[in-house]
Ligand binder design. Sequence first.
Ligand code: SF4
Ligand code: SF4
Length: 311
Amino acid sequence: MYRIRFHGRGGQGMKTASRILGTAFFIEGFEVQDAQRYGAERRGAPIFAYVRADRTAIHERGVIGRPDLVVVADDTLVPVSAAGVMQGIGPDTVLLIDSAESEKTWRERLNLQGPILVLPRLIPLEPSEMAYVGTECAAAAACLTGIISLASVRQAVQQELAYMKAGVVDRNVEIASGAFARMAAHSGIVQEGGTTSHHDRTVPSWVDLPADDIGESSPAIYGAATSVAVRTGLWRSMRPVVDTSRCNRCTWICGSFCPDSAIARGSEGYPQIDLDHCKGCMICVAQCPPHAIVAIPEAEAVAQEKEGAAS
Ligand code: SF4
Ligand code: SF4
């Protein structure tokens, strides 16, 4: 089975990328699953999409944890841990980055053993063409698998974008062809991962859910599912900060109201906010009786952190 993830920002066409690649696989005779995972519904917010393709029925579901290929449309996402670009990358995973930096630079930065490729953007895109980046990434990914022809990619682009004006479709086909050609030297570099079946899964007879002592009454319901894997911290534009001089350490109020279970009982009984998962809804700010949680702009909080680290 091929497992491929696309990472980019809202407006870059990551959903389109997964649709085009999925359809191209389908044209080649594969069973396909493609899905998108949105963060904040706004332009520029991180988004990822994924494609599974296999010759038999696909029983896997959910986010791809062990990808064979990761395509990054915006290289500024790589160092942002909450974007999850590096999640599950193993020695056989191919990392394709749309970047002006060289492969050597990325290898030194990331210290990865597996193949790293850069997709230089040869066709200059107008700002209004940002959505075409998805087409470019899909075509490059198709080429790297070595089992999808350019004809199938072109057909997939035409099929998926059929609702657009003819000129726009033609431009996308042109961009796809260019990206496919630029990756030709690496065709087949992506190795197909093994297939898993639901029969391979062992159902645990007992599941331990973490819980605080009852006397502390602080819920810590980090129980599984996919919520832990999806780092919603990147959605945040405002950050909740606890003012310990006002906090009376009741904890259960802010912790109970947090919709993401991002508040746990920390040291000395003060609430501890998990910034990887706090999405910045500010419900805790509104609910705290003594107004001990303040909302400050995320950029300001980051600047303060840097200042603190430097001093
Ligand atoms: S921040 Fe507010 S709600 Fe949370 S523990 Fe402190 S006083 Fe209670
Ligand atoms: S801002 Fe929202 S998500 Fe973050 S800790 Fe407060 S209630 Fe939870």
